[in-house]
Design a protein. Structure first.
Length: 267
């Protein structure tokens, strides 16, 4: 699979979960460039980061830098594409052993049902949930400890966000102008840590909408609206050598994760 097919399929899947994304992208014209996409997983076979990473390496990506989020029990890697026209990738995984025995038991009941070859193709990144739907009680129990775990349990594998490369918009705009346009169109923003996270001195500024919501049918028959996916906006700056920054800022990324939280400020 080449990267064009990969990202076309990925966008179609993502936009189905986040219908606001196509409307937001349209606010900025036809020449919107995607800065990066992000994926989530558990640190357990057969869907651990190391397994999913192989599919990215086959697409020509290479590791850029590791990131750690101790308060959320997460680690991640950034990946740089072979073609500068392709987006960066951010791939994170949850350390299941860091959760309580009760939460671990819920996740393990899901993971035991994943086929061993589930991550053997790049389509894993839009394959959805490879286990049965959890119950409403299990979802709530996971969310109390890890919003990330709860999101992953109900959605499985999708891009949790796409990102508009603000530094590549034409005509040029600041991130503040982009945020103002999105808010004026009626889309609520993630305010955790401030609407704009990061600074020019850190070479990366970011902002994000709150996730779309969709009704979800849980295993016990309960139907509730839950967060799906969100849209991010990133403005990158050049370093002293003139090179465009290609990494991520962990403190900002930690707050961006919260775009899929049921309640702002939860883990």
């Amino acid at each position: 699979m080449d990267t064009r097919r990969f990202f076309n399929s990925l966008w179609d899947d993502y936009a189905a979960l986040a219908p606001q994304s196509a409307r937001i992208r349209a606010l900025f014209g036809e020449a919107v460039i995607n800065d990066h996409v992000a994926f989530r997983t558990f640190d357990a076979a057969p869907v651990a980061l190391a397994a999913l990473e192989q599919r990215l390496l086959e697409l020509g990506y290479r590791r850029q830098a590791p990131y750690t989020f101790a308060d959320k029990h997460l680690c991640a890697w950034g990946y740089i594409p072979a073609d500068d026209n392709d987006p960066l990738v951010f791939l994170s995984e949850l350390h299941v052993a860091a959760l309580s025995p009760a939460a671990r038991a819920i996740i393990e009941r899901l993971l035991v049902q994943v086929p061993p070859d589930h991550a053997d193709d790049a389509s894993v990144f839009w394959s959805g949930r490879p286990w049965p739907a959890p119950s409403w009680n299990d979802y709530q129990a996971l969310a109390l400890e890890s919003e990330y775990a709860a999101w992953l349990a109900v959605h499985g594998f999708h891009a949790n966000h796409y990102t508009i490369a603000v530094h590549r918009l034409a005509p040029p705009q600041t991130l503040q102008q982009v945020v103002a346009t999105v808010e004026a169109a009626g889309y609520p923003m993630n305010t955790a840590g401030g609407v704009i996270k990061g600074t020019p001195a850190q070479l990366l500024e970011q902002a994000a909408t709150l996730a779309d919501q969709q009704d979800y049918a849980f295993a016990d028959g309960d139907i509730h609206p839950i967060p799906t996916c969100y849209y991010e906006f990133a403005r990158r700056y050049r370093d002293a050598s003139g090179a465009l920054y290609q990494g991520f800022v962990a403190a900002s990324a930690s707050r961006i994760f919260e775009s899929t939280n049921r309640q702002p400020g939860a883990t």
